[in-house]
Every structure is written in C-alpha cells, then in structure tokens.
Design a protein. Structure first.
Length: 102
C-alpha cells in the first residue's frame, strides 16, 4: 500500500543540523534495511527552507510503499512523522482539464 509520510519540525530542531542523526537516518533508509522490512521509498520532498536552514518550520514529505503504517513509524524514528494511506489518482490531468470553473 502507498503512504504519505510527513515530518514537520521547528527550524531549531531540524534533523539536518545533527550529523549523528543524519547517519542514523541514512542507515535506516538504506535499501538493504528497507528491503528487509518490505518498505520502498518512492520519492521524497524537502521544503526549500529545510535545505537552506532558514524559516521557522520545515516540512519533509515521502511517498512510501509499505505493508503497514507502524513499520514506517519505526523506520522514521526518532522523527515524529504522520503517516496517511494514499492512492494514485489515475487520470488526474484529464479530470482537472474537464472541471468547470464557475
């Protein structure tokens, strides 16, 4: 099943500022570790302020394929993530083109 995994954090507590935490996350997100848990990260997005270490709040969003949300919460620790089931919106572009704007 597909999930949207999001992490919103304060700029002062950004994981990008902690080299040790980045090493832990790199290990947890390795293909070897994820494949053992039947997890595949399809894509990931990080807001620009997180990359630049600016702003007040940062948002990171991942599209992930997994068997259960609890496995994702475990892999993403110590980040406090929100996990939501998702489905692929087939025909999105054609449906938007067909929508009538009042």
């Amino acid at each position: 099943m597909l999930y949207i995994v999001s992490d919103r954090h304060n700029a002062n507590e950004c994981p990008g500022k902690d080299p040790q935490l980045l090493k832990v996350l790199a290990s947890r997100f390795s293909k070897t570790n994820l494949s053992k848990r039947n997890i595949k990260i399809i894509d990931g997005y990080v807001d620009h302020s997180c990359v630049l270490q600016t702003g007040q709040d940062h948002l990171c969003v991942f599209i992930v394929e997994a068997n259960s949300p609890s496995a994702l919460i475990e892999v993403f620790k110590p980040l406090q993530v929100e996990v939501n089931p998702a489905i692929r919106w087939q025909g999105f572009e054609s449906k938007i083109k067909q929508a009538k704007i009042a």
